[in-house]
Ligand binder design. Structure first.
Ligand code: SF4
Length: 367
């Protein structure tokens, strides 16, 4: 396995890993038993990190469960394993406070070659605009300046901003948090997201401005307009399907960063008041069999919003988002949801008035 030093960082599998930070933090915390958690794509790096920590004298175990984001920290596993601390790879802190002492190792790409070779196509794609808001998944943040500098050199106004929700770094976007871009809505003509289509689709669904995904892995720059329009049509179709269902459930995730029990209770009460048979359904992983095997005809998803967007085609029944449930109950119009960017986490980045449209009917119900 390739391991190099680059300054204070160790480069493992092409990613910078701050092992010194991990070791120093664990020692400062007095931790000896450590659980290493990573998303599936980073398991090789996790293995090497665990090996290095074991060589330093720590008692290391690995989490083999799925891990979908910083929302999905293995606090329960750490407690069950008697771990003093968690090492979490690949994400920035999502929650304001950790339940177990957690050290985050972001694993950003160490080399910008793949992004550099995409810069001519990026420039060609966005050069017709006067201004662009730029965002990135955390993995590409250290390389982003090659794009920003080139776009500025050819005369574009390039803006980046701090996020205001769960992401923490300037220009960082998550699948459910594009606040670093949405805050630029009145200042830019277009958006560019470096990373995957998944990351760029988040902003594409919340704005009518052109959005582009620049993926250094596929070496492609993709205009997301058609995808956005197709998904919004599918979302609307599923709202219509939901309206026809009588027995429904409100899904609540028990994942620490996805659990929205208060919201779920309010939506559940609202659905009952509206005449539906509704109950709350707790889940850790929400899979096609969760949807198929439970006898409800349709679901409201208060967990990761991207489940409804990316996985709806695998679900046999409608799995609509909270704002979509409001549309189904005539408490919001579909046009308001689309035009004001209320589809995902509408309390996160919309101005007070737009967010209030979502919350007002919910505040009026008793749970
Ligand atoms: S998009 Fe979903 S999985 Fe990713 S951080 Fe947000 S809630 Fe978690």
């Amino acid at each position: 396995m390739l391991v190099q030093r680059k300054g204070r960082m160790v480069v493992i599998e092409g990613c910078s890993v701050d092992i010194d930070h991990a070791v120093n933090s664990l020692r400062r915390l007095g931790a000896s038993r450590v659980l290493v958690q990573s998303p599936l794509g980073l398991r090789k790096i996790a293995a090497r990190v665990g090996q290095i920590l074991a060589e330093k004298g720590f008692d290391v175990a690995f989490s083999s469960s799925n891990c979908w984001g910083g929302c999905d920290i293995a606090y329960h596993e750490a407690a069950a394993m008697g771990a003093d601390a968690l090492i979490h790879l690949g994400h920035t802190p999502f929650l304001k406070k950790d339940r177990t002492q957690t050290i985050y190792l972001e694993c950003r790409y160490a080399e910008d070659g793949a992004l550099k070779s995409l810069v001519p196509e990026i420039t060609e794609t966005v050069k017709g605009f006067a201004s662009v808001g730029v965002g990135s998944s955390v993995q590409w943040l250290d390389c982003l300046k090659v794009v920003v500098e080139e776009l500025r050199r050819v005369g574009l106004k390039v803006l980046t901003a701090k996020p205001s929700m769960h992401a923490v770094e300037t220009a960082q976007v998550l699948g459910c948090d594009v606040s670093a871009l949405k805050t630029l809505e009145n200042s830019v003509e277009t958006y560019l997201v470096v990373g995957s289509v998944f990351h760029a689709l988040g902003i594409a669904l919340l704005t009518s401005k052109p959005c582009f995904a620049a993926d250094p892995h596929t070496q492609k720059v993709k205009n997301l307009w058609e995808m956005r329009e197709r998904i919004l049509r599918q979302r609307h179709y599923n709202i219509e399907r939901f309206k026809k269902c009588q027995n429904v459930a409100v899904l609540v995730s028990v994942k620490p960063g996805q659990k929205k029990l208060g919201l779920a209770r309010r939506i559940n009460s609202m659905l009952k008041n509206y005449g539906k048979n509704s109950c709350i359904l707790a889940a850790d992983e929400i899979t096609p069999s969760t949807i198929l095997e439970n006898t409800f005809e349709a679901f409201v998803n208060t967990a990761c919003p991207r489940l409804s967007i990316e996985d709806q085609s695998q679900f046999s029944k409608p799995v609509i988002l909270p704002a979509e449930a409001m549309v189904a109950m005539n408490a919001l119009s579909w046009e308001e949801v689309v035009d004001e960017g209320l589809l995902m986490y509408p309390w996160g980045w919309t101005g007070g008035q737009a967010a209030d449209k979502f919350w007002r009917p919910l505040r009026m119900v008793t749970t």
